[in-house]
Design a binder for this molecule. Sequence first.
Ligand code: DC
Length: 222
Amino acid sequence: MSYSIAIDGPAGAGKSTIAKLIAKKKGYIYVDTGAMYRAMALYFIEQGISASAQGKISAAAAEVEVTITYENNEQIVWLNGRNVNGLIRTEEVGKMASASSGNKEVRKKLVELQQALAKKENVVMDGRDIGTCVLPDANVKVYLTADSRVRAVRRYEELKAKGQECDLDVIEKDIIDRDYQDMHRELSPLKQAEDAVLVDSSKLTIEQVADAIIDLCDKGAE
Ligand code: DC
């Protein structure tokens, strides 16, 4: 039986950084499910489909193939055979991913891919519905959150380090809007699974959060 750690939570809580670190420490595979939703979203944007055109999104989802591979421990997302890692980290793609991830066809396709991966490998998987829907039997489930201002400041620092112009209040508003959309959609909304451990990373370092989660694994039945 493969071992799985599910980490869910809102945008900017540090899920991917922490999940990557845990995966490295444990020798597991890190599965970034948000990147899969982003790849699909990129396709919809490239097809000129608007976020509200659910019928077109459903039809397009049927013709899109998202796969993932690993190179030097890094997840590569392929969209119809094209490596799109360099194209999916924009605000535009993030917003479209949030809007289109409420679509049934999109979710069905990606959840199947995620479950197949977790079946054959030990994984640390992060997203919004991993503990609630994708891996309801995960060995360890964490709901990782942080204050919206703290998350906005982290994002602001990241963008500034890349030399991008940005406004802290606008970033915080976008984060709050995205949380609302992810938490209030009909299908698999973002919420803490009943058996997930709540971790607030607002005042913790990355190492502290990763160690706390590894402790949870050590305490459980590995
Ligand atoms: O984690 P992220 O910002 O890369 O995710 C982008 C969007 O994808 C997020 O706003 C909601 C959606 N998503 C989802 O619905 N389910 C997941 N398991 C992961 C992401």
